[in-house]
Ligand binder design. Structure first.
Ligand SMILES: Cc1cc2nc3c(=O)[nH]c(=O)nc-3n(C[C@H](O)[C@H](O)[C@H](O)COP(=O)(O)OP(=O)(O)OC[C@H]3O[C@@H](n4cnc5c(N)ncnc54)[C@H](O)[C@@H]3O)c2cc1C
Length: 445
């Protein structure tokens, strides 16, 4: 093992900050040359799970798919996973339509709506040249699909101004109207395809989604909990931890949100600080409801554009595995963005009442008495917003940081709207690359 520590000093070739998917991916590639410092007492980051009154919740609905064969192998070798069809639905104008709406609008009962979607789609064109997300929606899906589902759903999630979002992420996250190959990377542009109607998803055969990262962490040689990094000095290649310890490194991998990382470093140029302050994150609120007993509905996800229903996404997590389904208590989780009128300025009691009212209207639960207990969790950084300037800002910051042998990776490390498999993959790629190109002797202080 190439790392040593005493009560107050940690020394390592590479320090990895954060034991979420990206940090674990990097650590697995670097082996015993890396020390991972994690502020919490557990691994997984946004992929950790929690138990509430006997029911298991993830932080928002989580399921595993990956176009990267090596990452799939890594996970499936680490623990038993269960695969099943993703049973996702849209609630549109009081009707159930299978997800994705753009492939299933013909299931709508109203013939005028069906017709509007069909002729809009037939006339849709020019999306390749769209300059923002709002324009892309009209051009890709036509007026009917956009007005009935795409625009109201995405406004509920991202806020009213969809023109501030770029289009560089949409082909990976928004399904095409006619479907596309599942779980693959395009050989033309290196991009992955979004979830489809027939998507096969995987989930730990036992426990919550966080079990994946608990299992992977077993293979990490040096992982330390309760180590919140509070300052970084690139001049001396040292960092401080809240507990009073210091650590010295030859190179640093950070999975912290980029603005948070820069706040820990004193000598960052003002121009970079100013640029990074323009990165936009979307806070989310999760309302978790433990139900009395087991819940019959088979649906896993519900996407809801209706502005009168609180929450854009509803997760029935107990349908993620047979093991969860067999638990005596099932659960429903409703995800709201900060743009939801229900989440901002509403106290938790009123928020839960609004959420329950919405679930009753959709008949997801039969009566308010069905809810045993609830928890409201606010996550300040839920989604990195793919604004037009995001790519340039990240490149600018990463260039300066890498000159100081600091490398950032992960969902908020790169400010990229990526899933856990991609964070694992990118962390692993970075670790592998650094191990190969930076093999000089460690420069301990
Ligand atoms: C609502 C929602 C739904 C999602 N659904 C899916 C899904 O279905 N499938 C999927 O694969 N992915 C999903 N994701 C994405 C997935 O959660 C993330 O992509 C993944 O967790 C990113 O990993 P990361 O390592 O980059 O960051 P994180 O998971 O955020 O990990 C960062 C780690 O750094 C630690 N840390 C922070 N500050 C410090 C500090 N100062 N010192 C030391 N440690 C620190 C944190 O405690 C954390 O453990 C979803 C995310 C959300 C929000």
């Amino acid at each position: 093992m190439n790392s040593r520590s005493n009560a107050s000093r940690i020394k390592a070739d590479t320090i990895v900050i954060g034991a979420g998917p990206a940090g674990l991916g990097a650590a697995l590639a670097l082996g015993d040359s890396a020390v991972v410092l994690e502020s919490r007492e557990t691994v997984g980051g946004l992929c950790r799970s929690l138990t509430l009154d006997g029911a298991i919740f993830d932080l928002g609905g989580h399921s595993f798919t990956s176009p990267h064969p090596a990452i799939r192998r890594l996970v499936f070798d680490a623990l038993e996973m269960e695969e099943q069809n993703r049973d996702a639905w849209c609630w549109v104008n009081g009707e159930w339509v299978r997800y994705p709406f753009q492939q299933h609008f013909s299931e709508l009962a109203d013939s005028d709506f069906r017709h509007a979607c069909q002729i809009g789609l037939e006339a849709a064109s020019g999306w390749e040249a769209a300059t923002n997300f709002d324009q892309y929606l009209d051009r890709r899906f036509g007026r009917g699909i956009t007005e009935l589902f795409m625009r109201p759903y995405n406004r509920k999630l991202w806020g009213a101004d969809l023109t501030r979002l770029d289009t560089d992420w949409v082909t990976e996250r928004v399904a095409e109207p006619f479907g596309s190959a599942e779980n693959c990377m395009s050989s033309e542009n290196g991009r992955r395809s979004p979830l489809q109607k027939e998507s096969i998803i995987a989930y730990p055969a036992k426990g919550g989604y966080g079990e994946i990262f608990q299992a992977l962490a077993q293979k990490v040689p040096d992982l330390r909990f309760g180590k919140c990094v509070t300052s970084i000095d690139p001049q001396t290649s040292t960092l401080r931890i809240a507990s009073g310890e210091t650590a010295s490194w030859s190179r640093l991998i950070s999975t912290l949100p980029l603005p948070a990382l820069l706040r820990l470093i004193s000598n960052v140029p003002d121009s970079i600080r100013a640029a990074v302050s323009a990165l936009e994150a979307l806070p989310i609120t999760l309302v978790m409801l433990v139900l009395k007993g087991q819940h019959e509905a088979v649906r896993q996800r519900i996407y809801c554009p209706d502005e009168n229903i609180s929450g854009h996404k509803i997760v029935l997590n107990h349908n993620s595995s047979r093991w969860l389904r067999a638990l005596p208590r099932h659960s429903v989780q409703v995800e709201l963005s900060e743009f939801s009128p229900f989440s901002s300025g509403t106290n938790d009691t009123a928020l839960v009442s609004a959420v329950v009212a919405g679930l009753l209207r959709m008949a997801v639960i039969p009566s308010p008495d069905y809810v045993r207990c609830t928890k409201v969790l606010r996550i300040p950084l839920g989604y990195p917003v793919q604004t037009h300037s995001r790519g340039d800002i990240v490149t600018l910051a990463q260039r300066w940081l890498s000159e100081h042998r600091i490398y950032t990776v992960g969902r908020f490390g790169e400010w990229a709207y990526i899933n856990s498999d991609e964070a694992l993959y990118r962390g692993h790629c970075l670790g592998t690359k650094l191990a190969m190109i930076e093999s000089q002797a460690p420069c301990f202080v």
